[in-house]
Design a protein around this ligand. Structure first.
Ligand code: IPE
Ligand code: IPE
Ligand code: MG
Length: 245
């Protein structure tokens, strides 16, 4: 089994996943797209548990993008309903596994009941410390960067900072992802080779891993494969191999 081959000392602290392929998974089975989303919940459970067991500190899951609001209303509504149900249903499991829930994205655009469930679950799990599960909901990286730019511009206009003080560190601190380290590993399922407006700033030096597995079929075994692949890579950060040795 590949789990034993993972070096626990070289684990990524933060893994980010673009959970993709639910619609195609359902279509393959002659079902409606929402059936795929429903079956994606099992993969979320597996991966969260898998990361927590290994000792990964943060897991960010791209659950709904700013652009996903443009899907047919019936699918958007079904996704929001599923979200409320899942958050409600999974809080006990999060408690059992010591997982703290957090969210990034524009909460104001979420339906009221969805936002309430989310905030309740965040509150209930806030004392957990084994791992943080961050849901990207109504999130896009450009949305976050635009907001950060506005905040920084306002600080400059108020005379709180000078232009020279605008640097990487300040931008990092102003993004909604500021509480967490940048992901060392980003995974995308379903064979699509793009980022789709996920964590653009934060993945500047992430290792990218693409698999053709559709999200509802993703299991711990696939997570281990991705981590092993990550551990086989040389992260040079602009330097030469010789410098690293
Ligand atoms: C990912 O699966 C889930 C969300 C984007 C909410 P998709 O719904 O994008 O599935 P495909 O890509 O159409 O197969
Ligand atoms: C990205 O998947 C968003 C989520 C996984 C939530 P999409 O399936 O919406 O991405 P595109 O539009 O095909 O790039
Ligand atoms: Mg998709």
């Amino acid at each position: 089994m590949s789990k034993e081959k993972i070096d626990p000392k070289r684990l990524p602290k933060h893994i980010a996943i673009i959970m993709d392929g639910n619609g195609r998974w359902a279509k393959e089975k002659g079902k409606f797209r929402i059936f795929g989303h429903q079956n994606g919940v099992k993969a979320v459970r597996e991966v969260s548990e898998g990361c927590a067991e290994l000792g990964v500190e943060c897991l960010t899951l791209y659950a709904f993008s700013t652009e996903n609001w443009n899907r047919p209303k019936i699918e958007v509504n079904a996704l929001m309903t599923l979200l409320v149900k899942t958050i409600k249903g999974e809080t006990a499991t999060l408690m059992k596994n010591g997982i703290k829930l957090d969210a990034i994205g524009d909460r104001n655009t979420l339906p009221k009941d969805c936002r309430r469930e989310l905030e309740e679950a965040i509150e209930t799990t806030k004392g957990n410390s084994k791992m943080t599960l961050i849901l990207a909901l109504s999130y896009s990286a450009k949305w976050d960067i635009v907001n950060a730019a506005r905040t920084i511009a306002q600080m400059a206009a108020n005379g709180e900072i000078t232009i020279d003080e605008v640097n990487e560190e300040l931008i990092d601190k102003t993004l909604t992802t500021h509480k967490y380290p940048h992901p060392e590993l980003m995974i995308r399922t379903s064979g699509e080779l793009r980022i789709s407006n996920f964590l653009l700033w934060e993945i500047a030096y992430s290792e990218l891993y693409f698999t053709t597995v559709l999200w509802p079929d993703f299991r711990k075994e696939h997570l281990y494969e991705a981590i092993l692949d990550y551990q086989s890579r040389e992260r040079r950060f602009g330097k030469t191999s010789e410098q690293l040795a």
